[in-house]
Design a protein around this ligand. Structure first.
Ligand SMILES: Nc1ncnc2c1ncn2[C@@H]1O[C@H](COP(=O)(O)OP(=O)(O)OP(=O)(O)O)[C@@H](O)[C@H]1O
Ligand SMILES: [Mg+2]
Length: 288
């Protein structure tokens, strides 16, 4: 029987050990080279992914900037159409058919003005990191009445307690108007729309509810995303972009508040919770 030492001293075994060592070294070198190659490939892939993300962001930014510029420039000629059509109606020299045609021009121009305003708000919210609000001491009691009066619907806002705070009154009127417009538009005809506002501790809580087809449970979590419309093919398809809720939500977020939707048993309710913002002070701000 040969000992280990005698085996190691055997020239054939010695050569085999050297060959194995060489082979192992060679494998290690090629594994290291491959590892470097893979790291280079991964880095190149990451660079390519970053390039395409940059290109995508640039396209998105350009698209929103484009909407912003075009929207802004369209408002001037649209304003002239509205003023001129309004003057024609006021003069009272039109027969009934022409007066109805001019009234249609006015209604369509007002719809376009609202849509352009929404697109401009969308670009501001997207490119500016939220909607700009101008806070000042505000009492919303009058605002509730003014908003519901815009609509030809018999709504009595129920306002309880202290509804004052440090808010952007015009923007909150816009948010409320978007919610009330929806409640009227998507309500079962002949049913009442309810608008309630009350103080809840340090917050103001506003609820807008209506009876009608519920918003499906899987849509509720994404209902505040822009251009989301459930009833594309229904009567309200013309003149609706699907931005009303997105903008209302952005306005509430800019005030540091929350906007939630619930829809069940034939009733849909939107709940706006607004901190009074007294500690923030007056001035312009975006989302905090
Ligand atoms: N009160 C409601 N009851 C039922 N469905 C609603 C209600 N409010 C909103 N929805 C659904 O949510 C969708 C998005 O509403 P949103 O106000 O953002 O857009 P829109 O009303 O379609 O268009 P617009 O930009 O003119 O407001 C609506 O198309 C509708 O399907
Ligand atoms: Mg709407």
């Amino acid at each position: 029987m040969t000992t280990k030492r005698e085996q190691d001293d055997d020239p054939t075994t010695k050569q085999k050990l050297i060959d194995d060592q060489r082979e192992a070294n060679a494998q290690m070198v090629s594994a290291t080279i491959r590892a470097h190659e893979l790291a280079d490939e991964a880095e190149a892939a990451r660079d390519r992914a970053e390039d395409s993300q940059r290109a995508l962001n640039a396209v998105a930014e350009f698209r929103e900037l484009f909407i912003g510029v075009v929207g802004h420039d369209l408002r001037t000629p649209l304003g002239s159409i509205l003023i001129s059509a309004g003057m024609l109606l006021q003069r009272g020299r039109l027969d009934d058919r022409d007066a109805e045609a001019v009234a249609r021009i006015i209604r369509s121009s007002q719809r376009m003005t609202r849509m352009i305003g929404q697109l401009l708000d969308l670009t501001q919210a997207r490119l500016g990191g939220g909607l700009l609000i101008e806070r000042k001491p505000t009492d919303l009691r009058e605002t509730f009445r003014n908003v519901v009066e815009q609509f030809e619907a018999a709504i009595q806002p129920e306002v309880e307690g202290d509804v004052t705070g440090n808010w952007d009154q015009d923007r909150l009127a816009q948010a409320l108007s978007n919610l009330v417009r929806n409640a009227i538009e998507y309500a079962t005809p002949g049913t009442a729309v309810v608008v309630k506002a009350s103080a809840d501790g340090a917050d103001l809580v506003v609820e807008v509810s209506n009876q009608g087809d519920p918003i499906p449970a899987d849509v509720l979590p994404v209902i505040f995303e822009p251009f989301r419309r459930e009833r594309q093919r229904e009567k309200s398809a013309t003149g609706n972009l699907g931005l009303g809720l997105y903008i209302a939500h952005q306005i509430v977020l800019s005030h540091g508040g929350t906007l939630d939707a619930r829809s069940a048993a034939g009733t849909t309710t939107f709940v706006m919770r607004l901190p009074r913002g007294d500690e923030i002070g007056a001035g312009a701000s975006r989302r905090r």
